[in-house]
Write a protein that binds this ligand. Sequence first.
Ligand code: FDA
Length: 402
Amino acid sequence: MTQGNPQRRWDVVVLGAGAAGLMCAAEAGKRGRSVLLLDHAERAGKKILISGGGRCNFTNLHCTPANFLSENPHFAKSALARYTPKDFVALVEMHRIPYHHKTLGQLFCDGSAQAIVTMLEAECRDAGVETRLRSAVERVERDADGFTVYTASGAVETRTVVVATGGLSIPKMGATGIGYDIARGFGLGIVEPRAALVPLTLPEPVLEHWAAISGVSAEVTATIVPAAKRRVAPPVFREKLLFTHRGVSGPAVLQASSYRAPGDLLRLDLAPGKNVFGPLLQPGARRDEPTTSALLRAHVSQRLSDRWLQANAPPDWKNRSLEQMEATLHAWTLPIAGDEGFSKAEVTRGGVSTADLDSATLQAKSVPGLAFIGEVVDVTGHLGGHNFQWAWASAFAAAQAL
Ligand code: FDA
């Protein structure tokens, strides 16, 4: 941490030294701006450190605007086009950080996520950014020449402010709602922040049956079935499902959870693209429980097969009943009680309304010089490196306009 002249007026003060804040501070510094980076934590980039199971899934090679949720699905396009996954990969390679492709375009560090934080801190240092940790931001006010940022340890003056304070997920990592408070204070709209990429809970009678196989996983497709009609149908995700002691999780469910509204259902296909019970319909085939169970066990684990057949066994062995069982397996619908909340959510959906921000500069349309970047904005990525790509891209776009 370096101490500067408290009397000076900065070109840029960045609030939050997470993924987006570190990136924006470095890029603005490279453009010759005097930059102060503030964070209330004792170290920068704490969420980067725990991301991707400690290896940071830092981008996704297949990232497109279709990988994001927002009230305005077009908003992210401009920033995503100007700073692509390849740009971030070039930075990672320049810093000689070993990485690998895991699956579905996801890039991870070979070693610790610390390498990404160290890289961003080095970029900030080289660009002359001053970082002040343990500096809790309390509020921002506009003055004649710019803004005053009030922190627990004093006020700083600046020409521009970038709010990169993230969302509400994982409060014990230092998440706060300060970004939303600042936006509200300047009259900007907030799309209700909700937990996303979050495990779902099942209602009691249903949970009792499925919690018994907590820890069991399966390759499925998952989608949300909306209770009320929507303009665009929620996407279908083909990944892993995991039963938990409170309900269901795993990448397929986390992805689907971002599209959930109260009253919606979860629909799963336990054997995507497969005809599982077809052999039972063959002339002369044995139609009994052991044969049915063996057929299902060829696609899912024995414990899941047993539980599923307990709940969905056909009432008789007629063709119609067997066809119905096949249909249920591919469109198995579960009621949802809720989700495990911000303490378990990987990200927050909703946030500062894109209607009030300029998509090219990320600045508030009504408050030039005040930008919002990263997770605090109502732009939420799918699982798999998309949220970091939004953090890098929105940070880069904002920095070009400061
Ligand atoms: P971020 O939360 O990173 O930073 C906000 C900063 O603001 C923090 O440093 C915080 O301390 C600071 N702050 C908050 N209030 C403040 C105040 N009042 N004063 C001063 N400072 C304040 N994404 C991905 O793409 N790949 C992955 O592998 C993962 N993995 C992953 C795992 C887990 C467990 C979680 C919780 C999340 C992920 N993510 C992820 C999501 C990703 O971490 C997230 O989207 C980005 O960190 C968002 O970057 P931001 O900079 O916007 O917020």
